[in-house]
Design a binder for this molecule. Structure first.
Ligand code: SAM
Length: 309
């Protein structure tokens, strides 16, 4: 497949947040096609260093090829950013970037099964070494489990009815391809004038579940705190409210000088702690109009920036 070089999302804003400079150490936990990594390495020339990882082997290969001109200044490993602190030295980084979700490369590759715009196997694994696929979930999880996934990870309002109907339908025909599932959802949940395809939320929820994206994000944010130097910056680009909420909750908890056990913050039960992160900008930064016109896929991107104390 020809390698289309995509411009990284919110490039100027990411550079502004991380302010890469010669001699600095940076980590890109979602190196993908190497777009952000390339601008970080270019901005920190000639001596900046980058640790990079991606769960996707194709992403790792693509990033390696794209970054060839910076040979000797980076180390890339295939793996989950949740495990960054296992191999990136503690308190060594001046900046960490997480550009969440899937890449255009993954979405556009039918065989990966991420998108219903193309017909492919119901797969959706970012790391193809993992055994659980979207087909396993769709054909194997109970109706209750599926309803929970659709509602909690996709915000699907009709989750219970769809999950029950799906569990009934798979008894006589299993779901194997993306189109088969998307067409079936469209048949039992017609668009009725809505712009988005009725399978959008279901596909999002299955992808998040298959890749345990929320669990990985929580662990990845904790790993970022460990590898950042005091004064180092963490920049996170999220693409939907569920991810953004995890980032916001993390920022709030880490910048507070107290913790509390359980769900409710009861002042009498607070325990003091030393904050280890602070917000650089409390509000999320959004892409500008010109970038959205050029790359409509970035329209839901939100960048949040924190600093290690
Ligand atoms: C939006 S793309 C990143 C694009 C990249 N910033 C660039 O400029 O080319 C997201 C990438 O993150 C990877 N990814 C998502 N969650 C991950 C995780 N928990 N650990 C490692 N990589 C992950 C995906 O495989 C995908 O390649």
């Amino acid at each position: 497949m020809p390698d289309i070089v995509h411009k990284p999302v919110m490039a100027a804003e990411v550079l502004n947040a991380l302010n890469p400079r010669p001699g600095g150490h940076y980590a890109d936990g979602t190196i993908g096609g190497g777009g952000h990594a390339a601008i970080i390495l270019a901005a920190s020339s000639p001596t900046g260093w980058l640790f990079g990882c991606d769960r996707d082997g194709d992403g790792v290969d693509a990033a390696g090829a794209r970054l060839a001109e910076f040979a000797g200044r980076f180390e890339i490993r295939r793996g989950n950013f949740a495990d960054l602190a296992d191999w990136v030295p503690a308190a060594s980084c001046d900046g960490v970037l997480l550009d969440l979700g899937v890449s255009s490369r993954q979405l556009d590759c039918a065989e990966r099964g991420f998108s219903f715009q193309h017909d492919g196997p119901l797969d959706m694994r970012m790391d193809t070494r993992q055994s659980l696929t979207a087909a396993d979930l769709v054909n194997g999880a109970s109706a209750d489990e599926l309803a929970k996934v659709f509602a909690e990870l996709g915000g699907e309002g009709d989750a219970r009815r769809l999950a029950r109907a799906l569990a009934h339908r798979r008894e006589y025909q299993k779901f194997e391809t993306t189109r088969q599932l998307a067409d079936w959802i469209e048949r039992i949940s017609p668009r009725r004038g809505k712009k988005a395809h009725p399978a959008t939320k279901i596909f999002q929820s299955l992808r998040i579940a298959v890749n345990d994206e929320i669990g990985s994000l929580k662990r990845g944010l904790d790993a970022a705190v460990k590898i950042l130097k005091p004064g180092g910056r963490l920049a996170v680009i999220s693409f939907h409210s569920l991810e953004d909420r995890v980032v916001k909750d993390f920022g709030r908890a880490r910048s507070r000088d107290y913790t509390f056990a359980g769900e409710l913050d009861v002042p009498e039960l607070r325990e003091s702690r030393v904050p280890d992160m602070k917000w650089v900008t409390r509000k999320a930064i959004k892409p500008g109009k010109a970038e959205i016109m050029e790359n409509p896929r970035c329209r839901s991107a939100q960048l949040r920036v924190m600093e290690r104390i």
